[in-house]
Ligand binder design. Structure first.
Ligand code: G
Ligand code: G
Ligand code: NA
Ligand code: MN
Length: 253
């Protein structure tokens, strides 16, 4: 089957699966409640799981992102409703196509209202590339949901084409430092300097930082010493199905 048919099929047959990856607080308040990022997976119908790297490019190419993101938002909010007391902040990835779809904003607003969730527990992750695709609509989207109390994080920070220029125009609460800079700071002084600089600028702008792709304890220790607020990566927790998220033990520091 072609990707477009597989995606349509996954939407109609409910073959998507919601995973989550825990994020660890390493500097600042640790409430013991869950902080995580939701990550989408597709079931192949034969017990196999397909990662979004394989199907998201086709989702975008066939303009299906706003439909896929609707599935994610509905399922993520439903899960959060059940576990509201145990969670701190959970983030939902959005594609650029969703940000520039006015109907998508109405959908999200309605879903949040119907859920009755505390908006301060909901974070939306956007990439700079997605936001730049239609900066005015992205800003409208962020302003409207920020006004309700939702949080925003800028994903993969540092990997885009104009990170610092756009940072001034995107009112996000959290910067997620791209994993390519983080993963080897224990052996790469250039990447270490980049992570330090991004964290320093974020601090001056009043934003929190998350380091992605934390794959070993040496990196985790350096991040803690640098004052980075949160760490995410295989050294802390792997992405797992959301129904296991609250029962699995996490590494602590
Ligand atoms: O999980 P994995 O590393 O394969 O993710 C690959 C890419 O897919 C990442 O860039 C991630 O942000 C994106 N992605 C994962 N889940 C979602 C989702 O629910 N919605 C959107 N729009 N993108 C997602
Ligand atoms: O683009 P985004 O940052 O949303 O992508 C996050 C993806 O990165 C997740 O889908 C997850 O599968 C993957 N990921 C999470 N932790 C690690 C890690 O420690 N190392 C690597 N290489 N990938 C990771
Ligand atoms: Na993300
Ligand atoms: Mn990222």
């Amino acid at each position: 089957m072609e990707w477009v048919s597989r995606i349509e099929n996954a939407l109609s047959e409910n073959l998507f699966a919601l995973y989550g990856q825990k994020i660890l607080s390493i500097n600042g308040a640790n409430t013991g409640r869950l902080h995580c990022e939701f990550l989408l997976r597709m079931q192949d119908g034969h017990g196999g799981i397909i990662a979004p790297g394989a199907f998201m490019p086709a989702v975008e190419r066939y303009h299906l992102a706003a439909r896929v993101d609707r599935w994610v938002v509905s399922h993520a909010l439903a899960w959060m409703c059940v576990h509201q007391e145990d969670m701190e902040l959970c983030s939902i990835n959005l594609s650029g196509q969703s940000l520039s779809d006015k109907n998508f904003l109405d959908f999200v607003n309605t879903e949040i209202s119907n859920s009755g969730l505390d908006c301060e527990k909901i974070c939306f992750e956007i990439t700079e590339t997605a936001a730049i695709a239609n900066i005015e609509l992205a800003q409208d989207f962020m302003q409207e949901l920020s006004a309700r109390g939702c949080r925003f994080s800028l994903d993969d920070f540092g990997s885009g084409l104009s990170s610092f220029a756009y940072l001034r125009n995107l009112d996000v609460d959290i910067l997620k430092i791209d994993g390519q800079f983080v993963c080897d700071i224990d052996s790469n002084p250039i990447n270490l300097a980049m992570v330090k600089s991004i964290h320093e600028i974020a601090g001056l702008m009043g934003k929190k930082t998350v380091a992605e792709f934390v794959e070993n304890q040496a990196v985790l220790k350096i991040l803690k010493d640098l004052g980075i607020h949160y760490a995410q990566g295989y050294a802390i927790a792997y992405p797992i199905p959301v129904d296991q998220l609250l029962s699995v033990q996490t590494t602590s520091i």
